[in-house]
Design a protein around this ligand. Structure first.
Ligand code: F6R
Length: 605
């Protein structure tokens, strides 16, 4: 949520700042801005809307300088106007910020007593004002930045730039990620390594509370207590930092298409000849009485699906909740309960807070993450990477199927350890899993037909999704995906719940997408489908050949998936749900990769 970058360069930095912001735009795209120091003078340019507006502005009104900071915004405090866009400036200080300063009103009141008044609606401006105030009292820039950071409550990743200081940048991290990049005679700051990838692959991830002082010759880092600390410089794989659409029209299309291959990577990381190998010390599921799963959005729906797997095949009771509710409900955590957190970014503020809540209460903390250096990965007792590769599209697709795959492997491991799965039965499922990437490829072959169905769905104002068993969470995922990128109102219900109220919504204008492979629950779902059709409802049935044969004739549209064992169906059926949402959004002409009001990494609560 918001992307920040900083460069102490050897050439003009404006183009490199804009390129870095382009790579960070997935974090927010309400407005963007840069500030530089040129011949000792601090100056800035800002523009509302997508980054392209800032680059256009820079053509007409360039900004010179070899030191600079930049920001792409997802508005929290104050509307997305030019005045509220970052960098924020107060006298000789410019600041970019990702996060929320919770005590900004108190700080404003304090600053007013020193004659400093705000000009924007943002919390961030207060940081620049506070730094200016500290400079006014005679502090040197680094001292002023540190004194400012000490006063901030909330979450932040920050970069400071000072008038008259061409070889100085100060960064800080608390609650929001920040990386230091090491170049040749250049130094960088960025919200993630992807932003810095065109400039360097040598990265230091700052830890919670760290402050970094950068000059062109290097960085000195202090921890929250002010002690000088050494943090590892890692060389990151450039592959991991690739951000191109690979010939696809949208990142989302590319990421949907990548699923067979990334799912193979996930499986390869966890499967050996002897079965399922978890990283590090692994997990002793036999020692657990309960698992509590917490996440947000799509990651939560992966957890919700996993509840069915853990309970059915491993007989392990699972509580699953959205992190924003869990953390404030403060639930008791019974003994012998492990807590598992799922997050693509590994930085979602509510999920991280839920993890911290569980720290001294749960038997162990497990993180199912896509970004191995993320906060959730680092603060978990054991991080379980999903190996989906960088996901840029704001709507999560490949991360979801890779999360599901890791969760299914965990459920199988649990079933084995708890005596509910023989080695033979396990090997059979693992063989089916190894064949799954091929099945996903076949499903992707139905793309054109799904696109044709989507053209018709694009006319609807409301759409319902139904599913039973493990297809129920998937119905939620289908509805979430559709509403977030096509802006069509969509709701999901458990098929059996329809007649307890929602059936009142059914008429010929409300298409109903039914996710129903021909499994043990199929006939029951078909009965619910009949209830919909009896009321004039138009059913899009997503099923397999046997399901289409038995119930397809009555449906308005049928999307036929390849056959797959019941256990694996949620992973496969995610694909038509994603493709339906994607093509509906394209048909409606929305901004698929950057839907309105959203951002990929939600680092505020
Ligand atoms: C929806 C989507 C979001 C995220 C949610 C959690 O397509 O992407 O609902 O799943 O914001 O994000 P992570 O997984 O990064 O914690």
């Amino acid at each position: 949520m918001c992307g920040i970058v900083g460069i102490l360069g050897t050439h003009e930095v404006a183009p490199a700042l804009v390129e870095a912001l382009r790579r960070l735009e997935y974090r927010g795209y309400d407005s963007a801005g840069i500030a530089t120091v040129n011949e000792g003078r601090l100056d800035r340019r800002r523009a509302v809307g997508k980054l392209v507006n800032l680059s256009d502005l820079l053509v007409h009104d360039p900004l010179a300088g070899k030191s600079g900071i930049g920001h792409t915004r997802w508005a929290t405090h104050g509307a997305p106007t030019e005045g509220n866009a970052h960098p924020h400036r107060s006298g000789p200080v410019a600041v970019v910020h990702n996060g929320i300063v919770e005590n900004y009103k108190d700080l404003r009141a304090e600053l007013a007593r020193h004659g400093l008044t705000p000009h924007t609606d943002t919390d961030t401006e207060t940081i620049a004002m506070l730094a200016q105030h500290h400079l006014d009292t005679g502090m040197a820039p680094v001292e002023a930045a540190f004194a400012t950071i000490d006063k901030l409550e909330g979450a932040f990743a920050l970069a400071f730039l000072f008038d008259g200081e061409e070889d100085l940048m100060v960064g800080a991290r608390k609650g929001s990620p920040l990386a230091v990049g090491h170049g040749d005679g250049e130094m960088y700051l960025g919200s993630d390594a992807i932003a810095l990838a065109p400039m360097t692959n040598r990265i230091t991830y700052l830890e919670e509370g760290d402050r970094a002082v950068l000059t062109r010759t290097g960085a000195t880092i202090r921890d929250a207590e002010g002690r000088a600390v050494t943090r590892e410089v890692r060389t990151i794989s450039m592959d991991a930092a690739r951000v191109d659409k690979g010939g696809h029209k949208h990142f989302m299309a590319k990421e949907i298409a990548e699923q067979p291959s990334v799912l193979s990577d996930t499986l390869n990381a966890y499967l050996t000849q002897d079965g399922i190998a978890l990283p590090g010390p692994g997990i002793d599921f036999a020692a657990l009485d309960r698992l509590t799963i917490t996440a947000c959005g799509t990651a939560y729906l992966a957890g919700f699906t996993a509840k069915y797997w853990f309970e059915q095949i491993a007989r392990l009771p699972v509580d699953v909740d959205v992190a924003s509710e869990f953390r404030y409900r403060e639930p008791p955590i019974p003994p012998r309960t492990a807590a598992l957190f799922i997050s693509q970014s590994g930085e979602t503020a509510d999920t991280l807070a839920a993890l911290r809540y569980c720290r001294d209460k749960a038997t162990a903390l497990y993180g199912v993450v896509n970004v191995p250096e993320s906060s959730i990965a680092r603060e978990s007792d054991l991080a379980l990477p999903i190996h989906a590769g960088v996901e840029i599209g704001v709507a999560s697709t490949k991360a979801f199927t890779c999360q599901l795959t890791v969760l299914l492997l965990l459920a199988l491991k649990a079933a084995e350890q708890r005596g509910h799965l023989t080695p033979e039965a396990r090997d059979k499922v693992l063989a089916q899993l190894r064949a799954l990437p091929g099945v996903l490829n076949t499903a992707l072959g139905r793309d054109q037909h799904i696109e044709a169905v989507a053209q018709e769905l694009a006319e609807a104002r409301d759409i319902l999704f139904l599913g039973r068993g493990a297809m129920y969470p998937l119905a939620h995922e289908g509805a979430l995906k559709l509403k977030e990128i096509s802006y069509i109102h969509a709701e999901a219900y458990a098929s059996g719940e329809l007649k307890h109220g929602p059936i009142a919504l059914i008429d010929q204008h409300v298409p109903v997408v039914v996710l129903a492979p021909r499994d043990g629950l199929f006939e029951k779902t078909v009965s619910n489908m009949q209830e919909v059709m009896a009321r004039g409802g138009k059913v899009v049935l997503i099923t397999d050949a046997a399901g289409a044969e038995s119930a397809g004739a009555e449906a308005w549209k049928v999307i036929q998936m390849p056959e797959v064992p019941d256990l694996l169906a949620p992973i496969l059926y995610a694909l038509p749900a994603q493709l339906l949402a994607y093509h509906t959004a394209v048909a409606k002409g929305t901004d698929v990769d950057q839907p309105r009001n959203l951002a990929k990494s939600v680092t505020v609560e």
